[in-house]
Design a binder for this molecule. Structure first.
Ligand code: PHE
Length: 339
């Protein structure tokens, strides 16, 4: 004979052992599914005498309500425990100091190169890049550095063959641009250059930024105006330039350009060696012969050109005292340039 107490006791005992959601669903199957014991109670009604059916129905409903309540409580308890376990697992300790992933930064040379290009780009210059391996013609002859001319000795060349060499300056870029384009021309030629030279302020490889402007009525004043703007942007608002006569075969007249010392303001200090001025670049009015060599009529057009050593500007800007530092990839040195 069916015993309600047995069913209830079994239900309570089983429920006690339910510890997680999987067990809970097994339990549900055992008692609440169509084949389950509680559901089974209902089918027992057919064996009950007619007059007792109502009471039996009531009894089954009471059991159901009782069981459902216990089940719901257990379910809530298990869900809460599962949620707590999840919270525990996903707990974040906001007081733990962050782990810093190492992040690199631009090399100071790259930063300064970009800054320099930006200043000139603001004046309307475009970028042109030429080859690092040049021929005699572009690197020397058409720049009016003739064979056997003593000015060839100004630059100690790495020759690759009788005719090919590692470019000693970015000036061959001038020839390449003028061969391709008609005036007005306003270009920058950044790039690596090579000379057999090595000490605290020289390296066999270094970088230059060449500037070339060819148009009607270009004069030395235009050069100084542009360079004034350049030093103000690179060094200080009060920086000025000074032109000194110099010699390059490809410019006439040629100038050496100094910037007023941005450390002492011109009074004289160790950086400017007491002179108040620091030499920063070479330039001049493009030699008529060079224009002619590129098929540009020097009676109609004139030009200006300048070449700036990017390492030199970088060293001045950051107070770096040895050229080697720029190429050693010493992490301790480079870390200092992290923004
Ligand atoms: N090419 C020269 C050098 O490397 C610099 C320069 C460029 C001078 C353009 C005048 C005009 O020293």
């Amino acid at each position: 004979m069916f015993n309600a107490d047995d069913l209830k006791n079994g239900f309570v005992d089983d429920l006690k052992n339910v510890k997680n959601e999987v067990q809970l669903s097994e339990f549900w199957k055992k008692f609440f599914s169509k084949q389950g014991s509680i559901q089974g109670l209902m089918s027992g009604i057919k064996n009950v005498a007619k007059e007792e059916k109502k009471a039996y129905g009531q009894f089954v409903n009471d059991v159901k309500t009782w069981a459902q309540e216990l089940y719901d409580n257990k379910k809530a308890e298990i869900e809460k425990a599962a949620l707590q376990a999840r919270y525990k697992k996903e707990e974040v300790d906001v007081t733990v100091p962050p782990v810093h992933e190492p992040v690199g930064c631009l090399h100071p040379l790259t930063t300064v190169k970009y800054e320099m290009i930006n200043v000139f780009a603001g004046m309307g210059f475009e970028i042109f890049e030429g080859p690092e391996i040049e021929d005699d013609d572009h690197n020397f002859t058409r720049l009016n550095v003739l064979k056997d001319h003593p000015s060839r000795d100004m630059q100690d060349t790495f020759w690759l063959t009788d005719d090919l060499l590692l470019r000693t300056h970015t000036s061959p870029g001038q020839i390449r641009v003028m061969d391709k384009e008609k005036p007005p021309i306003k270009v920058l030629v950044p790039g690596k250059v090579f000379r057999s030279d090595s000490d605290a302020t020289h390296s066999p490889m270094f970088s230059q930024l060449e500037g070339l402007v060819v148009d009607k009525h270009i004069t030395l004043c235009d050069l100084q105006g542009m360079l004034d703007e350049f030093v103000k942007n690179m060094f200080s608002d009060t920086a000025k330039t000074r032109l000194r006569p110099s010699y390059f075969p490809f410019t006439e007249p040629s100038v050496e350009v100094d910037v007023s010392c941005f450390r002492c303001g011109g009074k004289g200090c160790s950086l400017c060696k007491g002179t108040g001025w620091i030499e920063v670049l070479g330039g001049g009015v493009v030699n008529k012969k060079v224009l002619e060599n590129c098929g540009i009529d020097p009676e109609k057009y004139s030009g200006l050109a300048f070449g700036i050593g990017i390492e030199r500007i970088t060293m001045l800007k950051y107070g770096i005292n040895h050229m080697g530092k720029m190429f050693e990839n010493d992490i301790e040195f480079l870390k200092q340039f992290k923004a």
